[in-house]
Design a protein around this ligand. Structure first.
Ligand code: ZN
Length: 119
């Protein structure tokens, strides 16, 4: 990214004691709307896995390029991420990011530390 930071999507996964569905929550999609990141992390911290059925995955940011630029749209393609779902593996940066996120969301709960994002 322009800041020199690697492109990754850090997340917090809270696994419930009982199996069930997974809620996936982005704290931020538009790079100029950052308050949701803190709220999403506070929500994740408030959960008690021992009492949960299912899982919660929180990505503090779902759009690292826009966050890095503090802009609503991705500066590399000027697309609005929330208008690009379900994405396109061969598309523009935002479309590839949406595709990567949808692939992760439809798969098993992540087991790695970060989700690789489109660069
Ligand atoms: Zn927004």
């Amino acid at each position: 990214m322009a800041s020199g930071m690697a492109v990754t999507l850090p997340y917090v996964a809270v696994r419930g004691a009982q199996s069930g569905r997974t809620l996936w929550l982005h704290g931020q999609v538009h790079g100029d709307e950052i308050n949701g990141m803190v709220a999403a992390l506070r929500f994740a911290r408030s959960l008690d896995p021992a009492t949960m059925r299912g899982n919660v995955v929180v990505t503090p940011t779902g759009n690292p390029h826009a966050l890095d630029a503090r802009r609503k749209r991705n500066p590399y393609d000027e697309l609005d991420l929330d208008q690009t779902y379900p994405g396109n593996a061969g598309g523009l940066v935002s479309e590839r990011l949406a595709h990567a996120l949808m692939t992760e969301m439809r798969g098993p709960i992540p087991s790695t530390r970060c989700i690789p994002a489109a660069e």
